[in-house]
Design a binder for this molecule. Structure first.
Ligand code: GLA
Length: 733
């Protein structure tokens, strides 16, 4: 038996063991209940049954009496509410009379190679060779409910996936008020919590804090995974660093309302839960019906945050992102948003395209403003008809002209929206999400389309499809620029709309990539409000933030890359002074920061001087030289910019590396954020190299991997703020 990749069940011990590369996950059956035993460093199969504390519970010994104490203390693998467990529950079910109560007992299990899909939802995938799965059925005979907990593991990765199916096998309607996807019971042990928080233009700032008594909870009620909180949470040892200490990371493969919580309970355990938020959620489950809860991933590292990041990066690259672009060099694009905003026409776009082409840029992306009579953000969403005043001859004329210049064309859509000032809204006012009788709140002068309705989804899909078929368009930026409010529908039950809305988004994106398999899709939501694993299932890259300032991006991209591979992070070189913060940064620094992402441009390139254009040509070459390494390599944070690092981080500089999987090559990016007087050149400690190999820098200096990692690397002295330097290392011996 491969002790690095196996799932077993011991009849004798009544234990399930999931063995991964360097970690083990163990579940035990105690009496009729399923309990969590362990998730941590590698241990033998079936170890640790004492963690179920069976001897503490007279109830477990068959003595009648104190079931309540048992219910509130047992480390349930999946916790149901209403029958004596007062800790955060995973499942709340009401029967037909409205009474809350559900008691889950072990019934059956299956272990198999490979991994099943979750109907209608994004999820990780694997083959019979690289994935193994376990399904455990829990039943409540009173309700006629079957709850199936699904687990999968992947060869070589320390990550467990979890999802849940709730099936009504009874004869009465049931009401689901909460169905989380993962629940994990851990010893508290002074652990801390790490989350990603922010706002528009400040997405995914890393936050680290101690866990006291009571509950810490983050989530989104906005119908999108949101700028404000992120469907990620890590429970970490108080001494965890980038390279050492225990880090358990939770990531949710979903793009809508979510909750992630950890509660330190009375017996100093930590119950962690993650799933679809119970806010505005009420699912009517009729006899014979099933509800599928999305997938949560739980990673384990005892080598700090760096190893957690690389586990998620590899999981997403190998088992989540399906796009044919995943392993391809992405075209260098130039987007006209910051260049023109709504004020453009054919000539203006072609002028940008010609100059961009002369600098080696490969694709022009036409952003918002090409349809209806949209010249500001207050109209025309939903009317996906080209504005021929701006673009005479329509999209085919534009595409032909751009293709003649030698570039590809991409286009912006905001498919889920409708402007009150639009032909679509005038024809179908009931197609907007709103509560009948109540005036819905406008946001960016727009409303959300009720894509829980099939006819609305069909309209949206046909509109996009018609546009894409009308011209040679190779790329779509799918935007979503407001939260859901006034959540009502003419067709869907109130408590079901939020989740049905997400199912609608996923169905639309699936149809899009099925009908246009060669399309490069980039998701976006007012910058990075829907940067989540759910979206990665459909698009290999996501626009990270509307804040394109290179120094701000250091923090935003560091938080984003805590879980997402650099190949997924939409990053562009933009104009200075920066449109969001007014900062002026070296053009070179801007390119080094954008290189830690998909790399592109977002500026009026026609206004650049000859000198700047020649620098852009050099940057294009730089991208071609390093993009394989950045896209496919392993990320190492050498010096971070966030509170992840507790001590000794002056935040005056930031450095990161991408290292080829075979360790033959590495690229070190170093940014001096803020110059400091009378300081010696900085010593940094590289990571991820082969200790026994020698590496040559492009300037000819040779160092051993061991020297660079243990003695350290002395960076060049740099004059000035916001200055960057790249160091490229190639194995020479
Ligand atoms: C959002 C996006 C921007 C841009 C505008 C267009 O804010 O994040 O990149 O596309 O919409 O309206």
């Amino acid at each position: 038996m491969d002790k690095k990749f196996s799932i077993t069940y011991s009849e004798e011990k009544r234990c399930f063991t999931l063995q991964m590369e360097r970690s083990t996950y163990i579940i035990g059956v105690a009496g009729e209940y399923l309990g969590h035993i362990y998730f941590g460093r590698k241990v033998p199969d079936d170890a640790g049954r004492s963690m179920l504390f069976e001897d503490d519970f007279s109830f477990m010994k068959g003595v009648p009496g104190d079931k309540c104490t048992f219910m509130d203390s047992f480390p349930f693998e999946y916790a149901s509410e209403g029958i004596g467990d007062f800790r955060p529950g995973s499942l709340s079910v009401r029967n037909a009379e409205g009474f809350l109560g559900c008691e889950l007992k072990y019934a059956d299990h299956r272990i198999y190679d490979g991994k099943k899909k979750i109907p209608g939802l994004p999820a990780t995938f694997g083959t019979n060779e690289d994935a193994k799965s376990l399904e455990i059925d829990l039943v409540d005979d009173t309700l006629g409910l079957v709850v199936t907990l699904s687990y999968s593991i992947f060869r070589g990765l320390d990550v467990v996936t979890r999802s849940v199916t709730v099936k009504n096998n009874g004869s009465e309607n049931l009401r689901l008020e909460k169905v989380l996807s993962a629940c994990l019971e851990l010893p508290w042990e002074n652990r801390e919590i790490v989350t990603l928080s922010g706002s528009w233009g400040r997405e995914r700032f890393i936050d680290r804090r101690p866990i006291g008594h009571g509950r810490v909870e983050i989530g989104s009620k906005r119908g999108i995974s949101s700028h404000q909180e992120h469907p990620f949470l890590a429970v970490v040892a108080e001494n965890a660093t980038e390279t050492s200490g225990e880090v358990i990371g939770f990531s949710f493969v979903y793009s809508g309302n979510f909750v992630a919580q950890a509660e330190r309970t009375q017996h100093d355990m930590l119950r962690v839960g993650m799933g679809v938020s119970d806010y505005n959620f009420l699912w009517e489950l009729q006899p014979g019906e099933s509800f599928y809860a999305p997938e949560a991933l739980i990673s384990y590292s005892y080598e700090g945050f760096g190893a957690m990041s690389r586990t998620f990066h590899d999981t997403f690259r190998k088992h989540l992102i399906r796009s044919p672009y995943l392993h391809k060099k992405r075209p260098i694009l130039i987007n006209n948003w910051e260049a023109t905003y709504f004020d453009f026409n054919l000539d203006r776009l072609l002028e940008i395209a010609r100059t961009a082409k002369s600098a080696g840029i490969e694709m022009l992306v036409m952003d918002d403003g090409w349809f209806g009579h949209r010249s500001s953000d207050n109209c025309s969403l939903g009317d996906w008809i080209v504005n021929e005043e701006k673009l005479p001859g329509g999209l085919s004329a534009l595409a032909n002209a751009v293709n003649e210049i030698g570039m590809d064309l991409g286009i912006w859509f905001e498919p889920e929206m409708v402007s009150p000032d639009s032909d679509l809204y005038r024809a179908h006012p009931d197609w907007a999400v709103k509560i009948p009788g109540r005036e819905p709140a406008l946001c960016r002068t727009q409303l959300v389309l009720d894509i829980t309705r099939k006819e609305v989804r069909d309209y949206v899909f046909n509109s996009i499809s018609r546009v894409l078929k009308s011209a040679n368009i190779r790329y779509v930026k799918w935007d979503m620029n407001r939260p859901l409010t006034d959540v009502g529908s003419m067709a869907s039950a109130g408590g079901e709309i939020m989740h049905r809305y997400m199912l609608g988004v996923y169905e639309l994106q699936e149809r899009l990539i099925t009908e246009f398999p060669d399309l490069l899709l980039e998701n976006c939501s007012s910058g990075g409000a829907r940067f989540d694993p759910g979206m990665l299932y459909y698009s290999p890259q996501i626009w990270c933030s509307d804040d394109t300032d290179a120094i701000e991006r250091l923090t935003i991209q560091e938080g984003t890359a805590l879980i997402y591979p650099l190949s997924a992070i939409g990053a562009h070189v933009s104009i200075c002074p920066n449109h969001t913060v007014g900062r002026t940064t070296d053009l070179y620094t801007r390119s080094v920061v954008a290189l830690a992402g998909t790399f592109g441009y977002e500026m009026d390139i026609t206004k650049m001087s000859d000198e700047e254009l020649s620098e852009i040509r050099d940057q294009v070459e730089m991208y071609h030289r390093y993009s394989d390494l950045v896209r496919e390599g392993d990320l190492y944070r050498i010096k971070g910019n966030s509170p992840l690092y507790k001590n000794g981080n002056d935040r005056a500089s930031v450095a990161w590396m991408t290292v080829a999987k075979d360790k033959s090559e590495a690229l070190l990016s170093y940014v001096q954020v803020c110059a400091v007087a009378n300081r010696r050149a900085e010593v940094i400690y590289l990571q991820g190299l082969d200790e026994d190999s020698e590496y040559v820098l492009d300037d000819g200096r040779v160092f051993s991997g061991a020297e660079l990692m243990h003695i350290g690397f002395v960076t060049d002295k740099i004059w000035g703020d916001a200055k960057a330097k790249l160091y490229h290392l190639t194995r020479c011996r």
